[in-house]
Design a protein around this ligand. Structure first.
Ligand SMILES: Cc1cc2nc3c(=O)[nH]c(=O)nc-3n(C[C@H](O)[C@H](O)[C@H](O)COP(=O)(O)OP(=O)(O)OC[C@H]3O[C@@H](n4cnc5c(N)ncnc54)[C@H](O)[C@@H]3O)c2cc1C
Length: 283
């Protein structure tokens, strides 16, 4: 297992917030993961860092990262067996190469497999749970490796069994896809990507939608109504292109982003008595 002391975390979070940690572990196998958790009871766990806000500039606790390491993918007929650190856009690309459909949305959702399951990531009416069969995980309660089927996980919109049970670490998952023509798969991937790039701010670091969609409202429309596009604190601001995104336009700190979030929540509540829920995980 690769172990790095005093790791600069700027390139390990998509907001590009400057932070560092005392020691970072990059596991390559289940044995590495079990040995990390045998030794460390108090830790920080990151996937590819595309849905997190660093609230501190230095982390003393040991950090375990699934960021392109522990990333093997096996194809057996129409089922993919994927390790937690595999990037989902690589999985989408591989599925295209073998003529399997069902993960096209992940061509443009930056995520590790583990992060996608924890967040129940998705777009355009599809979510990872739609293709999920089962997950293999390490249960920190007894340090045993277990498996759980989709039906037992009670997924919700951007929520999952693993988000509610942070002592369960996703090791691997099986996705069942559908055989389809490569041209059709490629076209869907490209279409989804083009549609998303037209709407989202791609020129500044961000971590996707900040808030979950509240029932009966759209976050972008609420921000428009409040005239908050471009609202700035320190180096962070609400994107002028998409009000649901906060961007780091000038060396933002995590607290700049968190202060904007609090202000949006306060104003939305005052206007509509709607309590916005933050999708991103504060570390
Ligand atoms: C430009 C952009 C566009 C985006 N668009 C979308 C979108 O369309 N739809 C969508 O759903 N999301 C979107 N996101 C958000 C992000 O891509 C997803 O939330 C993604 O699933 C996060 O995965 P990650 O590996 O980066 O997880 P991280 O951000 O690293 O971690 C998220 C949480 O998962 C936990 N975690 C990670 N790996 C594991 C594991 N193996 N076991 C247990 N816990 C784990 C972490 O501790 C943390 O609490 C977007 C982000 C960006 C930057």
């Amino acid at each position: 297992m690769k172990i790095t002391k005093n790791l600069d975390l700027t390139s390990y979070n998509s907001y590009k917030i400057k932070a560092s940690c005392k020691v970072a572990y990059f596991p390559e196998s289940e044995e590495d993961i079990v040995s990390f958790f045998t030794l460390n009871k108090d830790f920080i766990l990151l996937g590819s860092g595309h849905n997190i806000i660093f609230s501190k500039d230095y982390y003393e606790k040991p950090m375990l990262l699934f960021n392109g390491n522990f990333n093997q993918v096996e194809v057996e007929d129409d089922v993919l067996e994927i390790e937690a650190g595999a990037m989902m856009w690589d999985v989408a690309q591989l599925a295209l190469e073998v003529g399997l459909s069902g993960v096209e949305i992940f061509y443009d959702i930056p995520s590790s497999l583990g992060g996608a399951i924890v967040m129940n990531a998705g777009a355009s009416g599809e979510e990872i749970k739609d293709v999920l069969v089962k997950v293999r995980y390490l249960d920190l309660a007894d340090l045993q490796i277990k498996e759980i089927f989709k039906e037992e996980m009670s997924f919700e919109y951007r929520n999952s069994f693993f988000q509610r049970n942070t002592d369960k670490i996703v090791l691997k998952a099986w996705l069942k896809l559908q055989k389809k023509g490569k041209t059709e798969i490629r076209e869907k991937m490209e279409l989804l990507k083009t549609q998303r790039w037209a709407k989202q701010p791609k020129d500044f670091p961000n971590a996707g939608s900040v808030f979950k969609r509240p029932s009966g409202y759209y976050v972008g429309a609420l921000i428009d109504e409040l005239h908050m596009k471009g609202f700035t604190i320190g180096g962070a601001k609400i994107s002028e292109k998409h009000g649901g995104f906060i961007i780091n336009f000038n060396n933002a700190s995590g607290s700049d982003i968190l202060e904007i979030i609090e202000e949006v929540k306060r104003r939305v509540y005052n206007l509509h008595q709607v309590k916005l829920e933050v999708e991103q995980r504060v570390i």
